[in-house]
Design a protein around this ligand. Structure first.
Ligand SMILES: Cc1cc2nc3c(=O)[nH]c(=O)nc-3n(C[C@H](O)[C@H](O)[C@H](O)COP(=O)(O)OP(=O)(O)OC[C@H]3O[C@@H](n4cnc5c(N)ncnc54)[C@H](O)[C@@H]3O)c2cc1C
Length: 351
């Protein structure tokens, strides 16, 4: 079998990249090991332009957020599934001075289209400690990533373009003009392996630092709030439960849920939530985070037909649409990559 591109990994990165390649009429074969627990399958899928403890506009927000809206909507039509949910995110103020600060910021052109201030909201006050009001972020929401990937998988299977197995560098033959894997011959290969990159002989020199994340599924009594609430933890309403997350753990030995994480998330939730709740599930996975918090795209320093698209970190849902297109344009049209995401920034680590 001969194809233009062999894509390793059918997470968020590999799926969206493959979609962009297909739109350019390229032939693609995806190899995925079908692990039960992956970052994409566990992700809450939230996208949000105002983040961090100091609440700043995220990197490239003005480009990423309008773009992702159109991208996921088009993708919903393509796959015939609904997984994009536009939802405002409520951020309670800590104090009067916090409130004053944000009243100042709200008239700033840079924030105007992103936030909407509120003094009180009865439904919020019923469940949350929010005496000083807060603001809603616009252009936020969530993507049901697992559902989207299942729809992709169905589509890829129908097209006969996905194989369920592991694809390691040791099983590849890399020639000047093609890559051979089993009975497949491809013009190029793109690794989209998430945190498994650490086992990839060709790319393990890259500073992708796995970060474990844990999430609780809870049921809050009489909860009718439709927006996402965020105050040190997010509270994301699903159809009949709420998701609370998440932890950021650099040191970990395994993927098991821990009591420490459960206590940490519960304590943060109880600091803002007035209502009673019960925990119904706890899940974990590992994010592919990078030292400089930017994705990694580009060509291997030595091989002209070996590529990577990885490092989506904590914000895969907002980064993947924009950068999967940038990666496809780089592969097909040789358009330059943004220097901040170009793998060449780490050339000094390659020996
Ligand atoms: C608890 C938690 C909460 C999160 N919440 C959010 C959120 O709210 N918003 C957000 O934007 N992001 C969130 N994320 C981050 C998000 O999940 C990641 O940015 C993104 O999913 C990474 O996608 P990926 O495709 O790079 O990697 P992965 O999801 O890890 O996918 C890699 C795929 O490649 C396959 N694979 C790997 N190696 C091989 C191989 N050698 N051969 C064959 N197949 C292989 C794996 O089986 C997997 O299917 C969260 C992550 C966690 C853990």
């Amino acid at each position: 079998m001969e194809v233009d591109y062999l894509v390793v990994g059918q997470g968020l990165a590999g799926s969206l990249l493959s979609y962009n390649l297909l739109k350019e009429n390229k032939s693609v074969l995806i190899v995925d090991s079908n692990e039960e627990i992956t970052s994409s399958k566990i992700a809450a899928g939230i996208y949000n332009p105002i983040t961090g403890r100091r609440l700043v506009k995220t990197w490239l927000a003005d480009s990423l957020f309008p773009f992702l809206d159109t991208f996921y909507s088009d993708l919903e039509s393509f796959l015939g599934t609904t997984f994009l949910h536009k939802k405002a995110m409520f951020r309670p103020f800590d104090s009067i001075s916090d409130q004053n600060y944000w009243y100042g910021q709200s008239s700033d052109e840079a924030f105007k289209s992103y936030i909407r201030l509120v003094e009180t909201d009865q439904e919020i006050l019923k469940h949350y400690h929010a005496p000083y009001g807060g603001f809603y972020t616009e252009l936020s929401g969530y993507v049901q990533v697992k559902l989207m990937l299942e729809s992709f998988d169905t589509y890829f299977q129908q097209q006969g373009m996905i194989l369920q197995e592991n694809c390691s560098v040791e099983n590849l033959t890399i020639l000047e003009d093609k890559i051979n894997f089993k009975n497949i011959s491809a013009k190029a290969i793109i690794f989209c392996e998430g945190h498994n990159n650490k086992d990839n002989e060709l790319f393990k020199y890259l500073p992708i630092e796995p970060t474990k994340g844990q999430i609780l599924d809870v049921k809050i009594d009489n909860y009718q709030i439709e927006s996402i609430v965020n105050k040190r933890v997010f509270i994301l309403p699903e159809s009949n439960y709420q998701r609370i997350g998440s932890t950021y753990e650099r040191d970990f030995d395994d993927l098991l849920p821990t009591e420490e994480a459960r206590n940490d998330l519960s304590a943060k939730l109880e600091a803002v939530l007035k209502s009673q709740y019960k925990i119904i599930n706890q899940r974990t996975a590992v994010r592919p985070t990078t030292v400089d918090r930017r994705p990694i795209l580009g060509k291997h320093p030595l091989y002209s037909n070996v590529f990577i698209f990885n490092g989506l970190g904590t914000k895969g849902v907002s980064l993947a649409p924009y950068f999967s297109l940038q990666m496809a344009n780089f592969l097909i049209h040789h358009k330059p990559l943004m220097p901040e995401v170009d793998i060449r920034r780490f050339d000094y680590l390659y020996h």
